[in-house]
Design a protein around this ligand. Structure first.
Ligand code: ARG
Length: 464
C-alpha cells in the first residue's frame, strides 16, 4: 500500500480517480514560500517551548530551506498523491532528514497550516495590488498635470452635459483608486491574525506559544478562537471583493477609453504600443487592451460569487469544500494585478485629439446651463431661465445651429435680460473656470486638487 501521512487507519489504496479529483497541489503549490515560512516559525516555536530539541529544529529548518531552494529552482517534483503543498513538503522533509521531520506536525494540523499560508499569500497579493494602485494614481496625476487646460465635454447619459477640465475627469479616477487603496488597508487589518497552532479545530494539549509564531509571521496577534481560525475565509472573500471593485473602476475607465477612441468621438489617440491591428481591415487600430480589461471583470465577479456560495451554510469547523477557495482567489489576484499594470501603461501613453475635442465642444449646447445661470443672475427665477434657455436650444436644433453661432440680437429675441456679456458666458473655458465650488472643475480648483492628490499619495507611502 502507498504510504501517506494519514494512511495508518486505511487498508486500501486511494482510488486514482479520487486522487485526481481531490488533489489541490497543482494550484496550492503557489503557496510553497508561505508554507515553508510557517513551518520554520512553527519549528522554532516547538524548540523554544521544549517540545523538540535544538538539534531537531536545526535539522528541520535546514531541510525546509533546502526544499525551498529546490522548488525555487524548479527541481522539486510535486506528487498529486500527496494531495497538497503541505503534505508534499512535509513528506519530502522527512525523506530528507528522517525522524526529526516527523515531529514538525506536532501541535498543528493542515487546517491551520492552510489557513495561515493562505492568509499570508493573500496579504502579499494585496500589498502588491496596493503598489499597483499607487502606480496608476501616480500616472493619473502626471496626465492630469499635463491636461489642466484641456477642456473636454463632461457627460451624463453619454450626452454632452457641461465642459470640464480633462484633469478633473482623470482625478475622479484617482479618487476611486484611493478608496480602493484604503479598502485594502482595512482588509489587511482584519486579515492579520494568525491561525497557526489552532490544530485541527479545538486547540492542542501541547504547551505551545502561539504569540511567538504569530509575530514571527508578521501577524498582529493569534486568532482568538481555534474553530473560527481554521474555518474563516472572510479574508479571501474580502480580497476578491476589493479586487471586484477595482475591476469595476478599471472597466469604467476602459469603457471611456473605448468610447473616446471610437470613430464618432475620436477624442483620444492610443499609442501604437498599446493597440492591435485587424487581420483583414488595414486601417484598424483597435483598443483591445481596454476591451480585454472590460471583458475580464466578469471572471472576477464570478469568483466572488463562487467564494460566497462555497462558504454559505458550511458548518464549523473545516470542511473540504474550503479547498475550492484557491482558484477564485489566485485567479482574481492575478487578473487585477495584470489589469492595473496594463491600464497604467495605457493611460500613461494616452494623447488627446484637441481638434476633435474643440469641434465637439463648440458644436452643440454644452454651455446651456451657463446661459440659464446667466439669466438667473440677471434676476430671473432659475425655472424661468431654464425654460427660456430650453426654448432657445430647441429653436437652434431646428435650424441646425449651435449656441456659439448666435448673435446678441438673436439672444435678445428670447429675453431682454441678455446683454453682450452672454457672448463670453457661452465659452467652454469660461464655463469651466466659473465652477469654483469646492470639488468643482474650475482650473484654479483643479490645480489645488492636483496638489492635494499628490499630498495624499505621499501620505500613503508612509504606511507601506
Ligand atoms: N488542501 C486542503 C485545503 O486546501 C488542506 C487542508 C486539508 N485538511 C483536511 N482535513 N483534509 O483546504
Amino acid at each position: 500500500m502507498k504510504d501517506k501521512p494519514w494512511s495508518g487507519r486505511f487498508k486500501q489504496d486511494t482510488d486514482l480517480r479520487v486522487e485526481r479529483f481531490s488533489e489541490s497541489v497543482s494550484l496550492d503549490k503557489r503557496l510553497y514560500r508561505e508554507d515553508i515560512e510557517g513551518s520554520v516559525a512553527h519549528a522554532r516555536m516547538l524548540c523554544n517551548t521544549g517540545i523538540i530539541t535544538e538539534v531537531e529544529a536545526e535539522a528541520i529548518i535546514t531541510g525546509l530551506n533546502n526544499i525551498r531552494k529546490d522548488i525555487d529552482e524548479g527541481v522539486f517534483s510535486f506528487d498529486p498523491a500527496l494531495e497538497d503543498v503541505h503534505m508534499n513538503i512535509e513528506a519530502e522533509l522527512t525523506r530528507k532528514i528522517g525522524e526529526a521531520g516527523k515531529k514538525l506536525h506536532t501541535a498543528r494540523s493542515r487546517n491551520d497550516q492552510v489557513a495561515t499560508d493562505f492568509k499570508m499569500y493573500v496579504r502579499g497579493c494585496l500589498k502588491e495590488v496596493r503598489r499597483e494602485l499607487k502606480g496608476i494614481m501616480e500616472t493619473l496625476i502626471e496626465q492630469a498635470d499635463r491636461h489642466v487646460d484641456t477642456i473636454v465635454p463632461g457627460m451624463t447619459h453619454l450626452q454632452h452635459a457641461q465642459p470640464v477640465s480633462f484633469a478633473h475627469h482623470l482625478l475622479a479616477y484617482y479618487e476611486m483608486f484611493l478608496r480602493d487603496y484604503s479598502r485594502i488597508d482595512d482588509t489587511l487589518k482584519r486579515l492579520n491574525t494568525s491561525p497557526l497552532g489552532s490544530a485541527a479545530l479545538a486547540g492542542t494539549p501541547h504547551l505551545i506559544d502561539r504569540e511567538m509564531t504569530s509575530s514571527a509571521l508578521g501577524f498582529d496577534e493569534p486568532c482568538r478562537n481555534s474553530m473560527d481560525a481554521v474555518s474563516d475565509r472572510d479574508f479571501a472573500i474580502e480580497a476578491v471583493f476589493d479586487a471586484s471593485i477595482i475591476m469595476m473602476h478599471l472597466s469604467r475607465m476602459a469603457e471611456e477609453i473605448i468610447i473616446w477612441n471610437s470613430s464618432p468621438f475620436s477624442f483620444v489617440e492610443l499609442s501604437d504600443a498599446f493597440t492591435t491591428g485587424s487581420s483583414i481591415m488595414p486601417q484598424k487600430k483597435n483598443p483591445d487592451v481596454a476591451e480585454l480589461v472590460r471583458g475580464k471583470v466578469g471572471g472576477v465577479y464570478g469568483n466572488l460569487i463562487a467564494l460566497l456560495t462555497m462558504m454559505k451554510s458550511l458548518p464549523l469547523a473545516y470542511n473540504r469544500d474550503m479547498q475550492e477557495d484557491k482558484h477564485p482567489v489566485i485567479s482574481s489576484m492575478d487578473t487585477v494585478l495584470a489589469c492595473l499594470e496594463i491600464m497604467n501603461g495605457l493611460i500613461g501613453a494616452l494623447e488627446l485629439n484637441k481638434e476633435s475635442l474643440d469641434t465637439s465642444l463648440n458644436r452643440g449646447f454644452i454651455t446651456a446651463t451657463d446661459v440659464a445661470d446667466y439669466l438667473a443672475e440677471k434676476g430671473l427665477a432659475f425655472r424661468d431661465a431654464h425654460r427660456i434657455t430650453g426654448e432657445l436650444v430647441s429653436w437652434l436644433i431646428r435650424q441646425g445651429r449651435a449656441l456659439s453661432d448666435l448673435c446678441l440680437d438673436e439672444f435678445r429675441s428670447f429675453s431682454d435680460r441678455f446683454d453682450e456679456g452672454i457672448l463670453s458666458v457661452i465659452s467652454p473655458q469660461r464655463s469651466v473656470d466659473r465652477r469654483m465650488s469646492f470639488g468643482g472643475t474650475a482650473r484654479e480648483n483643479v490645480r489645488k486638487a492636483l496638489a492635494d492628490a499628490r499630498e495624499r499619495l505621499a501620505g500613503l507611502e508612509k504606511n507601506i
